[in-house]
Design a binder for this molecule. Sequence first.
Ligand SMILES: [Mn+2]
Length: 512
Amino acid sequence: MDKNGVCQMRWTLKPKPEESQINELSRALNVEPLVAQLLLQRGISTYDEARHFFRPQLSDLHDPFLMKDMDLAIERIEKAIATQENLLVYGDYDVDGTTSVALVSSYLLEKYPNVATYIPDRYSEGYGISYTGIDFAADNDITLIIALDCGIKAVDKVAYAKEKGIDFIICDHHRPSDILPAAIAVLDPKRSDCSYPYEELCGCGIGFKLIQALELARGGTIDAITPYLDLVATAIGADIVPISGENRVLAYIGLQVINDSPRPGFRAIIETLNKPSLTITDVVFIIAPRINAAGRMEHGRYAVALLTETNLDRAKEYAREIEEFNKDRRDLDREITEEALAQIRENNEQERYTSVVFKETWHKGVIGIVASRLTESYYRPTLVFTKSGDKLAASARSVKGFDVYNALEACSDSIEQFGGHKYAAGLTLLADQYELFKSQFEKVVSESIDPMLLIPEILIDAEIELNQITPKLHRILNQFAPFGPGNMKPVFFAQHLQDSGYAKGVGEDRKH
Ligand SMILES: [Mn+2]
């Protein structure tokens, strides 16, 4: 933001495809060249690809048995059911994890009663498979754990479970390391030896492939499991995976389920909204934060309870509970963001390359959200610290094009532990290292970042003449939905326009 409070933006025009390609596709589809251009920019270059894009159908989904180890997973689950074993469906506390657990556990419960669920505690157990969770399984005579949205790196934990006579089936979409856990089956399309045709499924998407395989192996059809796609669409939106290929089909049909016949847990939330229908953006900004709030403020099992409830009245009670968690989360998030912005101003740190803020009392469940909010005011790599036990813990967020994980690695002598990826990471350090880390991180970023990356970018699909904007164009652009990574809402620009004097700010604070 400049001193007048105006946000500077960097305009980038996407490369335009070859004119000949545009004309060819435009003729093949009988659409305007502009529409053909947008399709080509989204990787759609033939009539057939366009047909799949505009009319996603369940029959477009891939055979689940193309996934490496799927046969082993199905065989083990069927054996567990046949011999009356106790099963545990285990998943992470975020939206992808809790929707996965809701999906797989409620499907299995349709067929077989001895199925329990487990979500680790965000604060005492942390992300992924925990020893506490395995001990819980052992104490309850559970002999098979199906782990969802986590587990691909849990080599030691899976070995520990094995010692206790517990088998694992892992359904994960995170990138594996060289050694896979010694599970009965490891379903992960990112495995180098897995030839599944689509790599970008989320955890809940893999859970869906698992139940699709179970259903097919039992002689059923896809129709039997279509009602579960409301969960999958929600996870796809919340986990920010590309909405391309198979994910587009799952999200498209899943949104129809959300709007036409949502499960009671979703209905309970939607009924409070006053919206005729939900888009994927609504799902991301309305449903997902509520489901996440359970794990942040209290415990992820509240989310699973809401998502698996079959009685609407009880679902409404759960939804009210979750609404309270979400309200608390929002209040904290607003309060802490204000305190953090004040800290930056008081320390005169407006002109730095990084935002690094800390207060002992900030709630650990919202520091990641606050870090994202701070980048809206100061667009630069950001860390928000709070106290965690006898150490400090932080959530890091980056700006587009800058690898914050690498930057943290360069400061590793003042950090105790860190993990994450290019745009978001978490770390812990000793309290007496904070000031050292803060200056190191500023130095590393100031020396390595391309200053251009500190100006937010608007990515523009195409130049347009105002007379090209017609109801017909609007209609066809609507058919590009659902939008998301890999298929963002088209952005156009027009040149030589001037303000005729009637422009005015709109919205709550006239900010837009
Ligand atoms: Mn996930």
